[in-house]
Design a protein around this ligand. Structure first.
Ligand code: NIG
Ligand code: FE
Length: 413
């Protein structure tokens, strides 16, 4: 099946060679072809160019006129916890009344609250609740997504989550990567035995997960009151033994040295970074670990935003993701993330789009197939409604600018 899009007002993020992470000043460059055509063949971007030089006899089964519209690669959301049970609406109201996120967690709410619900939920029910959210983010333009476990906290429940992620992978055309986050919080049973829980993760959970090949990456919540640097090292070592690279939660509330650990252990990404010291910045400069910012988490929890300018101006790359989860970010809207990055983190539209496409694809190991308009890459694409320019997308926040979604070359919307 060949579909030709013609008269595209602006074809964004066009890269011949897209396998490099975009950092520093280069994040300002957003390669664009004005008045373009693009040919999708089966599930692949086959070819594209300027309308004035479109081949005279281009074979196609279908032609779509994209006058006035922008086309760009789908958003890549490299950090979510989209599989969960129930919600935490009550904690939202508690926070409105002045109780903090930390206080709620200390009282047995928070992650442990979600874990209790998930343990009581059947795999079938969990799958049903999760697919509603997955379908929603697909409609919002996300074409690749990472999903973490971490609301199970028992072997059985962690396996249940990861099996649900596997089922979603098989059932939907969106590209999915799974991350094992057993070390998300201490379950009540191990309240006074952190070491014991870490051993449980390493000796009981990991081997089973590896045997069923349920995870692509490993994660840990490295934070005061959750897991220490030493725990992080143990988990990353154990993950590495099973070939799982780290993608870790660090510096959400406190800088305890997790960024350096992440870089030293060659993690693919270090995520959150709402708090960032000069040492952290220095550590990032010594390796290839990608910093990932989650601005909708900052919005929802009223905590600082990742200092994006500091990161980009230090000639580093940055990726953006949603963190979709029931506690700190009940939203999987990458369009909102882009707007927040511009409004709250002083990123330009070009930087934000690079961070949510090419760099985000790197942050989940999909840079060869996703994140840019490149011949041979997967035809996961967004066609916008008629808009004046690409900067209008993050500028006119809260509106839906998407006209059509393509996943694997097929029109989903
Ligand atoms: O990335 N910080 C750790 N984990 C999630 C939130 C967990 C929750 O509150 O349920 C996050 O923000
Ligand atoms: Fe998270």
């Amino acid at each position: 099946m060949k579909t030709l899009f013609k008269n595209i007002k602006g074809l964004l993020q066009v890269r011949q060679e897209s396998e490099t992470l975009i950092k520093g000043k280069a994040m300002q460059d957003l390669p664009i072809i004005n008045n373009a055509w693009l040919l999708v063949e089966d599930d692949i971007i086959a070819d594209f160019g300027e309308m004035q030089s479109i081949p005279q006899k281009l074979e196609r089964d279908l032609t779509i006129d994209a006058s006035g519209k922008m086309m760009l690669p789908s958003w890549v959301d490299s950090h979510t916890h989209l599989v969960y049970a129930g919600n935490r609406e009550q904690e939202f109201v508690d926070r409105i009344k002045g109780i903090t996120y930390e206080e709620i967690a200390k009282k047995g709410g928070g992650i442990v609250n979600s874990a209790k619900k998930l343990q009581e939920t059947s795999e079938e029910q969990l799958y049903k609740e999760s697919l509603v959210r997955l379908e929603e983010v697909i409609r919002l333009g996300t074409g690749a997504i990472e999903i973490k476990s971490g609301y199970g906290l028992t072997t059985e429940a962690e396996l249940k989550m990861l099996r649900v992620i596997k089922r979603l992978k098989q059932a939907y055309p969106i590209s999915i990567k799974a991350t094992f986050l057993g070390a998300h919080a201490l379950p009540p049973k191990f309240k006074n035995d952190r070491e014991g829980y870490i051993s449980h993760i390493i000796e009981d959970m990991l081997p089973k997960i590896a045997e069923e090949k349920l995870a692509d990456y490993i994660d840990i919540f490295c934070e005061d009151g959750y897991f220490t640097i030493k725990d992080t090292e143990r988990i990353l070592d154990a993950g590495n033994n099973y070939g799982l690279q780290g993608k870790i939660h660090v510096n959400q509330f406190n800088a305890i040295g997790g960024i350096k650990t992440g870089v030293d252990y060659n993690c693919l990404s270090v995520d959150h970074l709402e708090v960032l010291t000069d040492e952290d910045l220095k550590a990032l400069k010594t390796g290839t670990t990608i910093p990932v910012s989650l601005p909708s988490c900052s919005l929802f929890l009223s905590i600082p935003y990742t200092p994006a300018r500091k990161i980009i101006d230090a000639d580093l790359p940055l990726a953006l993701a949603t963190d979709y989860n029931p506690g700190s970010t009940p939203s999987g809207n990458m369009n909102l993330v882009l707007s927040l990055a511009c409004i709250k983190m002083n990123m330009t539209p070009e930087e934000a789009i690079n961070a949510a496409t090419v760099n985000a694809a790197h942050a989940m190991g999909l840079e060869k197939t996703h994140g840019s308009i490149t011949r041979g890459k997967k035809a996961n694409l967004i066609l916008t409604k008629k808009v004046p320019s690409y900067g209008f997308l993050p500028y006119a926040f809260g509106s839906n600018h998407i006209d059509k979604i393509l996943l694997g070359g097929k029109t989903i919307l």
